[in-house]
Write a protein that binds this ligand. Sequence first.
Ligand SMILES: [Zn+2]
Length: 82
Amino acid sequence: MSFRRKPNPNRNHPEYCPYCAGTSLFPDVEDEFAWSCADCHRVFSVMFHGQDDAEHRPDKAPSSAQALQQSLARHGHTLVTA
Ligand SMILES: [Zn+2]
């Protein structure tokens, strides 16, 4: 299989036209992310820019050994070593 140009791995595939909700969408040559709507003849681009960092990160989960010791301590047992 040969391509006329290298495939763009970041290209997204919209299901619906954002202007008329049409589903007849075809890649367009406007840019690497462009789609053409056959229903309303608009050309638009869909591009993924990345992901923002989460506002709050969950605490790091304790290891199994740490979780066991914490559980034992909650129930009044002292440190258990292997
Ligand atoms: Zn459309």
